[in-house]
Design a protein around this ligand. Structure first.
Ligand code: TMP
Length: 218
């Protein structure tokens, strides 16, 4: 069993990479659980919709301290109900975002204190941390272009509350990811998100192989 998380700006291509990686791993008879944060359980998905309601809802906006606690509440439920049980069954867990997003968004971009957020992350994780964090690094401009395309293509989807934030917020998020990857280089795989999905899969599989994770069912 292995726990991998995937990080990056909105539109970086995390879901596409996760879906292709799942297929690739399953071809090797590895059983894979794909999940996401915030969300991943019915209660955590409800918390997700509370967090992401955009300005069109005209409802109260959470304060930064409230916002971080909502992300942590979603995480605590998700770890207990999905991630830990899946790992206990020997499955690989591929998680779209995890605590490293909280550091990038709530510390680097929103301005909360790192030591406090680290403490909340450890509390919600209950010892369950990804062994490898795959960062799909993308410029804010490219992220916006991809988001605009998505909004234009689908009449149903509009920007969520976080996507509505200004470009400098997202630039701090990007730098927050890159900075964490430098703190723990052995735990992070940083990939240029502008590459093709085939190339991204090839590089990710090469990293898993280099770590000796593909030889036998772990
Ligand atoms: P998603 O759109 O990638 O599913 O993620 C939802 C949004 O929530 C995204 O803009 C990133 C943000 N986020 C945080 O601000 N803090 C967190 O801890 C997590 C997991 C996500």
């Amino acid at each position: 069993m292995r726990f991998l998380s995937f990080e990056g700006l909105d539109g970086a291509g995390k879901s596409t990479l996760i879906a292709s990686l799942k297929a690739e791993l399953e071809r090797r008879s590895i059983s894979v659980r794909v999940t996401r944060e915030p969300g991943g359980t019915p209660l955590a998905e409800e918390i997700r919709s509370l967090i992401l309601r955009n300005s069109e809802s005209h409802l109260e906006t959470p304060e930064p301290f409230t916002e971080v606690l909502l992300y942590e509440a979603s995480r605590a439920q998700h770890v207990a109900k999905v991630i830990r049980p899946a790992l206990a069954l020997g499955e690989w867990v591929l998680c779209d975002r995890y605590s490293e997003s909280t550091v990038a968004f709530q510390c680097f971009a929103r301005g909360l204190q790192r030591s406090e957020v680290d403490r909340l992350n450890r509390f919600a994780e209950q010892g369950v941390r990804p062994e490898l964090v795959v960062l799909l690094d993308l410029s804010v401009d490219a992220s916006r272009r991809r988001q605009n395309r998505r909004v234009e293509e689908s009449s149903a989807s509009s920007r969520d509350r976080i996507e509505e934030e200004a470009d400098d917020f997202h630039e701090r998020v990007r730098q927050g990811f890159l900075s964490q990857s430098k703190e723990e280089p052995d735990r992070w795989l940083v990939l240029d998100a502008e590459q093709s999905v085939e190339e991204l899969i090839r590089l990710t599989m090469a990293e898993l192989g280099r770590r000796g994770w593909l030889k036998a069912k772990a």
